[in-house]
Design a protein around this ligand. Structure first.
Ligand code: HEM
Ligand code: HEM
Length: 304
C-alpha cells in the first residue's frame, strides 16, 4: 500500500469510462405486461367472447396489422432516400421494437388463439418467428452497438476504452496479486485474437468468458478491499483519511469492473458481429413471407 496512502498526494488518473448501459427495467416491465395480457386473453378466449371476424375481432386485427405496417417504417427510413431526414433513426428503432411486440399481441388476440386457414396460419407463424427472433436480434444488437440507440461500436474503439481508462501496472502497484490476475485474464481472453483483436475465439470461451469475468471481478474486489483496508486498520487511520481511502477504493473497484467488462466485450465482439449478420439472414425471409401471407389473408377474408 506504499504508493497510495491517503497522506501521499492523490494519483492523477482518468476516471474509468463505465459503459453507459442502464438496466432495461422499462423493457422488462413491458414484456411482463404483454405476457399477462396474453395469458388473460387466452383464458378469456375459451368463453368465445368474440370471433376474429366480428366487430371486436376485426378491429383487433386491423389495429395489429396497422402496427406491423408502421414498424416497417424503420427499415424504410434506413434505406429510402427521401425519408433519410425524417426524425432520428433511434426513435424509429424504438417504435419498431414496441410495435414489433404490441402488433403481434393484437393479432394473437384477434385470432382468438385459433387457426382456421392456411394463409392466416402461415402469416401467424411467420409473425411469431419474426417477432420472437427480434428479441434475440435486439440482444445481439446491443453487443455491437453503444447501447441500444448508440452508433455501431468498433473493436478499435473498445480497445481505446480499455487502455484509455488507466494503466493496470501503475494503479495496482500496491497489490501485485490483483495486477497479475488482471494480466492473466487479459492473456486468457484475448490470446487468440491477435493485435487487431479480430481473430477467433472458441465457442466455449465465447460462452464462458462473461461468467469468468464476473467471478474474477468479485474475487478481485474482495482482494482489493483486504489490500486497502488491512493497512488502514493496523495504523488506526482517522475519519478524514478513511474517507479518502473509501474514494480511492470505489475508483479502483470501478476500474476493475470496467476493465474486465471491456476485455469480455473485445473477446466476444467479432463473434457477436457474425451472429448478428446470421440473425439478419434468418429474420428477413420470414418478413417477406409474413408480408405476402398477411396480404393474402386480408384479401381472402374480404372476398368471402
Ligand atoms: C399478420 C396479420 C394477421 C394475422 C396473422 C391474422 C390471423 C388470423 C387468424 C389466425 C384468423 C382465424 C381464422 C383463420 O385462420 O382464418 C383470422 C381471421 C380473420 N382475420 Fe386476420 N390476421 C391478420 C390480420 C388481419 C387484418 C389486418 C384483418 C382485417 C383488416 C383481418 C381480418 C380477419 C377476419 C375478417 C377474420 C375472420 C375470417 C373468418 O371468420 O373466416 N386479419 N386472422
Ligand atoms: C412482426 C414483427 C417484426 C417485423 C415484421 C420486423 C421486421 C424487421 C425488418 C424488416 C428489419 C430490417 C432488416 C434490415 O434492415 O435488413 C428489422 C430489423 C430489426 N428488428 Fe425487427 N421486426 C419485428 C419485430 C421486432 C422485435 C419485436 C424486435 C425487438 C424486440 C426487433 C428488433 C430488430 C432489430 C434489432 C433489427 C436490426 C436493426 C438494424 O440492423 O438496424 N424486431 N426488423
Amino acid at each position: 500500500m506504499s504508493s497510495q496512502t491517503p497522506s501521499s498526494p492523490p494519483v492523477e488518473r482518468r476516471k474509468p469510462r463505465v459503459k453507459n448501459q442502464p438496466k432495461d427495467y422499462g423493457w422488462t416491465l413491458y414484456l411482463i405486461v404483454i405476457s399477462l395480457i396474453l395469458v388473460v386473453g387466452f383464458i378469456i378466449s375459451h368463453g368465445h367472447p368474440f370471433k376474429p371476424g366480428d366487430k371486436v375481432g376485426y378491429n383487433l386485427g386491423l389495429a395489429g396489422g396497422l402496427m406491423l405496417l408502421t414498424l416497417m417504417l424503420y427499415p424504410m427510413r434506413k434505406r429510402v432516400g427521401f425519408m433519410k431526414n425524417w426524425i432520428p433513426l433511434p426513435k424509429w428503432f424504438k417504435w419498431h421494437m414496441v410495435f414489433g411486440i404490441l402488433g403481434p399481441t393484437f393479432i394473437i388476440l384477434h385470432s382468438t388463439f385459433y387457426i382456421g386457414s392456411i394463409n392466416a396460419g402461415v402469416a401467424l407463424i411467420c409473425m411469431l418467428l419474426v417477432s420472437g427472433s427480434g428479441i434475440f436480434g435486439r440482444f445481439f444488437y446491443t453487443k455491437i452497438h453503444q447501447g441500444l440507440y448508440g452508433r455501431h461500436a468498433s473493436l478499435k474503439q473498445l480497445q481505446e476504452d480499455m487502455y484509455g481508462s488507466g494503466d493496470v501496472k501503475s494503479i495496482f502497484s500496491f497489490a501485485p496479486v490483483i495486477q497479475n490476475r488482471l494480466f492473466e485474464f487479459h492473456e486468457y481472453a484475448l490470446d487468440t485474437l491477435g493485435s487487431s483483436g479480430a481473430g477467433k475465439i472458441t465457442p466455449w470461451k465465447f460462452i464462458t468468458v462473461g461468467i469468468r469475468a464476473k467471478l474474477l471481478s468479485r474475487d478481485l474486489v474482495r482482494a482489493l478491499e483486504e489490500a486497502m483496508y488491512a493497512d488502514a486498520q493496523q495504523k488506526k487511520w482517522n475519519d478524514a483519511q478513511l474517507v479518502q481511502l473509501d474514494k480511492l477504493f470505489y475508483q479502483n473497484k470501478a476500474f476493475i469492473r470496467t476493465y474486465l467488462t471491456n476485455i469480455r466485450d473485445i473477446a466476444q465482439f467479432s463473434t457477436y458481429e457474425k451472429l448478428f449478420s446470421l440473425w439478419h439472414v434468418f429474420h428477413v425471409p420470414f418478413v417477406y413471407m409474413l408480408i405476402f401471407s398477411a396480404i393474402w389473408h386480408v384479401i381472402a377474408v374480404h372476398m368471402y
